[in-house]
Design a protein around this ligand. Structure first.
Ligand code: S3P
Length: 179
């Protein structure tokens, strides 16, 4: 990695993956390293709605959130190359997936269930996990979503170590793909 020039993004890079995969943390650091902008789709959705994600789910339901998410991602992708972290369900929406395939490069930040659970169980702000057995809910989502996430252009394992190791793995993947 060190002996190769840093990759230059020709299209926006969209990070996909489960809640707890580290899309926001890794995305922000990766953007800094590559000298491009960083946007978190969930924060944009909240700004557009004037409400937090739990409030949007509670007041309007998941379908309404997904509509907003689709619109916000479409608006954001109409821009210069930058890095976009998306919420875990965004890539499951067929229209959003097609849009990402047309306008961007997708990178799946993959993590195993134990690592995801270790991270998400520390915080309670994810409405989809407000269930009787949130670990099982997370496992069900992993099972349903991973075959779809596998359609991403690039796959990088989110490591349970220093964040920069995962950032470096993303840079390697981008270099290998010569994007
Ligand atoms: C969701 C993940 C969340 C947020 C919403 C729904 C999901 O984002 O978009 O709570 O469907 O997995 P993160 O993946 O950033 O936690």
């Amino acid at each position: 990695m060190l002996d190769r020039p840093l990759p230059v993004l020709r299209r926006p890079l969209v990070l996909i993956g489960m809640m707890g995969a580290g899309k926001t943390t890794i995305g922000r650091r990766l953007a800094e390293r590559l000298g491009v902008g960083f946007v978190d789709a969930d924060r944009e959705i909240e700004a557009a709605a004037g409400r937090s994600i739990p409030e949007i789910f509670e007041e309007y339901g998941e379908a309404h959130f997904r509509d907003g998410e689709r619109r916000v991602i479409a608006r954001l992708l109409d821009a210069e190359p930058f890095i976009l972290a998306t919420g875990g369900g965004a890539f499951m929406d067929e229209e959003t997936r097609e849009l990402i395939a047309t306008r961007a490069t997708s990178l799946w930040l993959r993590a195993d269930l134990d690592l995801l659970w270790a991270r998400v169980s520390k915080r309670g702000h994810r409405p989809l996990l407000h269930t009787e057995n949130p670990r099982q809910t997370l496992a069900d989502l992993v099972e349903r979503r991973y075959p779809v996430y596998a359609e991403a252009d690039l796959v990088v394992d989110s490591l349970d170590g220093p964040k920069d190791d995962t950032v470096n793995a993303c840079i390697d993947a981008l270099q290998d793909a010569s994007l």
